[in-house]
Design a protein around this ligand. Sequence first.
Ligand SMILES: [Zn+2]
Length: 231
Amino acid sequence: MTERAESTNTAGIAGLDPIWRVVFDQAWLSWQQKNFGIGAALVDPADGSIVSVGRNRVLQEEPELRTLSGNMTAHAEMNAFASLDRWNAEGLHLYTTLEPCLMCIGTAMQLKVAHVHAAQRDEFFHGMDAIWAQHEVTASRYPTQSDPLPGRLGQLARLLPLTYNLRHFPNMSAAAKAKHHRPQLTELAQRIVDAEFNNDELGNLRDLPNVDAALVSLWDLLPEEDEVGPA
Ligand SMILES: [Zn+2]
């Protein structure tokens, strides 16, 4: 292992709760398969056991039992919910590599998730707390939340789905918002998208085995922390 890889691992997944290993592996597999690149898991906080996992499968054409795929409901968190072997998620913790969207946080409240650990904020959906406070059901069920992961691993969590936005929806408001809040990260995401068409050295990123290797490869290009602060 190179010196770079050792220092990267120290700052990356290796020092975290091992649940993140599973969640980031799901995110990487999702991204390798040209989906959004988001992974999720539902965890029992009593013993730390993983109850279900999911990954974003919006472009996956081949259906699989107990999963959503091939359409825009096939988010990572929705797939963790879809494979649950129980009626709801009461008391469970939701781990996800990116802050849940409107659909996924709605489902989390519907199924009574207790707490959300998101590796990084999504500037497009962040800050809706005031909306949920308007109704007694959502006010009482809105899950508590942990802070995002610090450092470049958190930035990588945002980078992967951002490449999907820039590739498929470059002129929509989510891409514009990302450019405003994360100019350096958005520039890197655009470079990765372009690289797949023009043989740039970043063009084979999807061939890397996991996010650890991606972190090593992108270390000098990733912002160290959020660029503009919370959305
Ligand atoms: Zn979602």
